[in-house]
Design a protein around this ligand. Structure first.
Ligand SMILES: *Cc1c(COP(=O)(O)O)cnc(C)c1O
Length: 465
């Protein structure tokens, strides 16, 4: 054994203690750490060391060279994109994921796949889905959309009497994929699946909304003359957290042949809040469902879940049969269900946070985040420098500067806020207007954080660009 490995092995408990202390320091200061850091110039990338420094040496080097450039994205005032943090229990689960380093591909050697199964059952209950929905862990909502749409592709083949898994996607011809305000990752998934980004046919939205006009969707389906299609329904859009009327979309299945995929990446968590759960009515009718876990469940990256009613088609798409991995018979091993072959046991962080806080704890996070979003929305509405672009439906505030601001003014506002270190918000364009999104999805965020975000916005709006 290399002497540095041998030394680290000998002093493993002390090394872990050292890292624990370091991590505790980082997390202890998270609420007051600058939310964003200027990018570290990359001019002087170090070369690969021939002789290493050992774990302690690497930790010192990281702390000195890299840590100062890391953002407070796990903290309470990082409102960019849709970014969750990591609950204490999920972090513990994540540490233990690396500690045990299981590879839950098969059920042959470990209970890890059973823990995964238990966790998937818990998630299914959390989102109000039933036994007919089979779940699997994937790395994020993009991969969950990819997996759901891969199963949809198999289903189209079944309808058309061809096997995509054997004959390739060309056997399908062109595939219509209909959606209102689909997330950009749907186009990416269609590209990866060989269906093509061009397969996506946007369906008109309701006036002033990001929800699909179900009447126009019915017309688009009728125009297909009985050709099977994929419908991607959206449960929580990134700009204004709008929801398609899932029940009305699902009801169209009685009239037209289509696979219903629902992207509920973060909107799925509306199920935890009795005030908002109605937004998901009809979700149980979906053929496949995408929900992110590293956003609103607040587990560390990377984790999402995908559910489907057709695990048989999932096996058709993803099976990885070989004498050394086993065959996909009976109760197929996860290796036959996921895009990956080897995987980390990402279920463990989710298991920990659900075991630690239960439905009630996670409901409290969702309700508190939604309340803070409302609070910020009301304050901005009353503020002479800002105006809301949409009602605050759940956890995102979509707003802009008063009047008809140019892109440069919005960019300058966001730069000013970021430079304050107090908050991080990200830009968008909504209904043609340069805009700002503030997305609340971190378990730590409280009313005092919202007050600090508002103060940073107020100061930035008053400053010359
Ligand atoms: C974030 C998001 C995605 C993509 O999620 P990743 O986990 O970043 O891959 C897809 N759909 C919606 C609605 C999202 O909010």
């Amino acid at each position: 054994m290399h002497p540095l490995l041998a030394r680290d092995l000998d002093s493993l408990p002390e090394l872990l203690e050292e890292v624990r202390g370091y991590a505790a320091g980082v997390l202890g200061g998270l609420a007051d750490r600058p939310v964003t850091r200027p990018a570290v110039p990359s001019s002087s990338a170090a070369s690969l060391p021939v002789e290493g420094a050992g774990t302690k040496g690497a930790l010192d080097r990281f702390a000195e060279r890299w840590e100062p450039g890391f953002s407070g994205s796990a903290g309470p005032r990082y409102l960019g994109f849709v970014t969750g943090g990591a609950t204490p229990a999920s972090l513990a689960g994540d540490w233990l994921t690396g500690t045990f380093d299981q590879n839950p591909t098969s059920r042959a050697d470990s209970a890890a796949t059973e823990l995964e199964r238990e966790t998937l059952g818990w998630l299914r209950g959390l989102f109000g889905l039933g036994e007919e929905h089979h779940g699997m862990f994937v790395s994020g909502a993009t991969m969950s959309n990819f997996t759901g749409l891969a199963i949809a592709r198999e289903w189209l083949g079944e309808r058309l009497g061809v096997s995509v898994t054997t004959d390739g996607v060309a056997a399908l011809g062109t595939v219509p994929v209909l959606s209102g305000a689909a997330h950009s990752s749907v186009g990416k998934a269609l590209s990866m699946l060989g269906l093509g980004r061009g397969a996506l046919r946007p369906v008109p939205l309701l006036p002033g909304r990001e929800a699909v006009d179900v009447g126009r969707l019915a017309e688009a389906l009728a125009a297909l003359d009985g050709r099977p299609a994929i419908v991607v329904a959206n449960a929580g859009t990134v700009n204004t957290v709008d929801f398609d009327d899932l029940r009305a979309v699902a009801a169209l299945k009685d009239r037209f042949p289509f696979w219903l995929h629902v992207d509920a990446a973060f909107g799925g968590f509306a199920a935890l809040s009795p005030r908002h759960a109605h937004l998901l009515e009809g979700l149980e009718a979906a053929d496949s469902v995408c929900v992110d876990l590293h956003k609103w469940l607040n587990v560390p990256y990377d984790a999402a879940v995908q559910f489907t009613r057709r695990p048989d088609l999932q096996v058709a798409a993803f099976h990885n049969a070989s004498p050394y991995l086993g065959m996909p018979t009976g109760d197929p091993d996860p290796v036959h269900l996921t895009p990956e072959n080897s995987r980390r046991l990402r279920a463990l962080a989710t298991w920990f946070t659900l075991a630690a806080y239960g439905r009630a704890g996670h409901r409290e996070i969702v309700e508190r985040n939604a309340a803070e979003a409302s609070r910020l929305g009301e304050a901005l509405e009353a503020h002479p420098s800002f105006r809301l672009l949409a009602p605050v439906r759940l956890n995102v505030v979509c707003f802009t500067l008063a009047g008809a601001p140019a892109q440069e003014r919005v960019d300058a506002l966001l730069r000013h806020v970021a430079a304050s270190g107090e908050a991080f918000l990200t830009p968008t364009v909504y209904a043609g207007v340069p805009a700002v999104r503030a997305a609340f999805s971190n378990w730590r965020t409280t009313a005092s954080d919202t007050a600090r975000v508002l103060a940073a916005l107020d100061e930035a709006a008053a400053s010359p660009a």
